[in-house]
Design a protein. Structure first.
Lengths: 344, 307
């Protein structure tokens, strides 16, 4: 547990797998840069791994890190909660950062709470924005300055909550992939690489990893220029074929709301939203999607949003640029026809 | 042989069904106006514990931290097959964030000496998925998150298949462990009719006290505190004899350090809550007919949105 300080750094946990950095720590470096500059401290990346992990430090620096704390140890070769938690907590005790961000990935959502518990500090999950601000607790005259505002939808998405921690450091947050933008790469940037010892000799690994299978994501929503997405309103998996057809004729990627994924209409790789992927396509076509806040959080920055829904009061129409109130089973075929004839 | 399983269960507002009535003018949520439900993934955790007992024997204890109203989920846990139900309730636990909650739960669960602690992966109100891993850390147990399948349980070794998002992992560990269970892990068995008949009458002391208070006000002119207390004792003893008394623990019983509970034990604080304001902007509606849709597509082609 560390005390509040004003000189600690902003840190990003540099999640990596099989010798490759995940996208999300790089995205977090751009937000980290902003936060670090605002409170005038350096931006650090924390990189753990087995042999060769240090090779990734160059990329972290060219994406914006001023420092990379590297910890290499055989016990860190494959992610496991216990050794990773111990190493990060030791680093926190020694270097006393003010802020630490993690991707809200399966690893991040396993690691960050365990670190927070051990370090007895606060953690906010799935933040959709992070800012610096001041906070005056109700009934108190003290103003806590330059805190990390951890902003996220809550209560089924009906409210936006801003959370702060002001009496325990570090302030920690997890952020989903795609929420923050990828920073520009500047190969000429220089930074400091700090090699730290793992101190894991006394630590036994509680989990034996018998098998580990990763599959390549078949869908790249973040790179798609056009996305056609379906929601619960599509009605069935079979009916989702229409979404696929519209996507095909536009050369678009297929997306789905969380409801559509939960209902089995489309796979989880296609999920757009706060707990899926955040996307910024030039065109987002939302079919049978009501427009819950958590979904909108994942697509409201699209260039143009076209909504098709037979409920005129659906919240999606409030973020859309164009809308058709009608049954998507009649509208989509007309849309396909218009697109095919317009293409000639 | 059997395994002593402890399942953490939570009563949550049904956030999937929030209507306008639940939102108050100042942007806060009126929890009392929301129907409360058994947190969905906790049902999967309970089902996993029951499956372990079916296969290997042992006991399943459901533990809930909350207001006395949370007994509703404990009753449901008993109806679905749990052997024992414990309510952790104390005013001083109010406003606990995940850190304080996991501390309080750890004090309770440590008393039960479990072989396996099971939690749902996350609750539908906070959506943080933090309590499971934090509870494991405080119990000094390894955590195995995202259990999708229990592959094996033999002696003091457990083998679990985890869903890690872009794939899966099979891990083996020595008990005791804490697992967080995903909704894809199983289909919770429905409560057995006989158990519903029996356990719908289960009550915690706090619920008995509340009823006694109301009843005695009406029935007795010489209402005294002693009379009420003895009525409550009598009733609790009768419930206990029939196996219908939901155990109730408070922070004193847990010997919890109050500085780690409630507001003082919660580093995360709310700075502000805002009702959702969806971004407005230019919006044009098109009729669902060929001509309007054609017009819409033409405008998208014209500005090169569609190639």
């Amino acid at each position: 547990m560390i005390e509040v300080n004003r000189q600690g750094e902003v840190w990003v946990f540099a999640e990596a797998e099989a010798g490759k950095l995940s996208d999300v720590p790089l995205e977090l470096l751009s937000k980290g840069r902003e936060l670090a500059d605002e409170i005038s401290v350096p931006l650090g990346a924390v990189l753990l791994g087995g042999d060769g992990a240090a090779d990734l430090s160059g990329s972290l620096i060219s994406h914006g890190a001023d420092k990379v704390y590297v910890v290499c140890d055989a016990k860190l070769d494959h992610y496991q909660t216990t050794p990773y938690t111990k190493v990060i907590c030791d680093l926190i005790e020694e270097y006393k950062p003010q802020i630490m961000m993690y991707g809200a990935t399966p690893i991040g959502r396993d690691l960050a709470p365990t670190v927070a518990s051990s370090a007895k500090c606060g953690l906010t999950a799935d933040c959709t924005d992070l800012q610096i601000g001041d906070h005056k607790p109700p009934g108190s005259d003290t103003v806590h300055e330059n805190l990390l505002f951890q902003i996220r939808p809550a209560f089924g998405g009906n409210i936006i909550a801003t959370i702060v921690n002001y009496d325990r450091w570090p302030q920690m947050a997890t952020v989903r992939e795609g929420v923050m933008v990828m920073p520009e790469v500047d190969e000429s940037r220089t930074g400091e690489v700090i090699n730290c010892t793992a101190n894991l000799d006394e630590v036994e690994l509680p989990l034996e990893i018998i098998e580990s299978v990763r599959r390549e994501k078949k869908v790249n929503l973040k790179a798609a220029r056009i996305i056609v997405a379906g929601g619960a309103g599509v009605g069935s998996k079979d009916n989702f074929d229409q979404i696929h057809e519209l996507a095909r004729c536009l050369g678009a990627e297929v997306g789905g709301s969380r409801a559509a994924v939960d209902l089995g209409y489309v796979g989880h790789d296609h999920q757009v939203g706060q707990t899926g992927t955040t996307v910024r396509p030039a065109l987002y076509i939302a079919c049978g999607i009501s427009g819950a806040v958590q979904h909108c959080a994942g697509m409201e920055d699209a260039g143009k949003i076209l909504a098709i829904n037979n409920d005129p009061d659906a919240p999606i129409f409030q973020v859309a640029h164009m809308g058709v109130v009608g049954d998507m089973n009649t509208v989509i075929p007309k849309l396909i026809k218009a697109i095919r004839s317009g293409a000639q | 042989m059997g395994y002593n399983c402890v399942v953490c269960v939570k009563q949550v507002p049904d956030t999937k069904r929030i209507t306008g009535d639940a939102m108050q003018e100042d942007g806060t949520v009126n929890r009392a106006a929301l129907p409360a439900v058994f947190n969905p993934e906790d049902l999967n955790a309970l089902e996993q514990a029951l499956a372990i007992r079916d296969a290997h024997g042992g006991t399943v204890t459901a533990v809930a931290m909350g207001l006395p109203a949370a007994c509703q989920v404990l009753r449901e846990a008993l109806c679905r097959g749990a052997d024992r139900a414990i309510l952790i309730t104390d005013r001083r636990a109010a406003a606990s964030d995940t850190l304080a909650t996991s501390y309080i739960l750890s004090c309770a669960i440590a008393k039960l000496s479990p072989d396996i602690v099971l939690c749902g992966r996350q609750a539908i109100d906070g959506d943080t998925a933090q309590v499971g891993p934090q509870l494991a850390e405080k119990l000094d147990m390894p955590v195995i998150t995202y259990l999708e399948k229990l592959d094996a349980l033999e002696g003091d070794t457990i083998t679990v298949e985890r869903n890690v998002g872009n794939g899966f992992e099979i891990v083996k560990a020595k008990l005791p462990v804490l697992v967080t269970v995903m909704d894809t892990a199983n289909t919770p068995r429905p409560p057995a009719a006989k158990r519903i008949m029996k356990f719908k009458k289960a009550r915690s002391r706090a619920e008995v006290e509340k009823v006694a208070e109301n009843l005695l006000m009406d029935d007795y002119e010489d209402y005294t505190a002693e009379l009420q207390a003895s009525e409550v004792e009598k009733h609790c003893a009768a419930l206990d004899e029939k196996g219908l008394l939901i155990e109730q623990w408070d922070l004193d019983f847990l010997q919890a350090d109050l500085q780690w509970c409630g507001r003082s034990g919660s580093p995360t604080k709310v700075h502000r809550i805002q009702s959702v304001v969806l971004k407005g902007g230019e919006y044009k509606e098109y009729a669902p007919d060929d001509s309007s849709i054609g017009e819409m597509v033409a405008s998208l082609i014209k500005d090169h949105t569609i190639g």
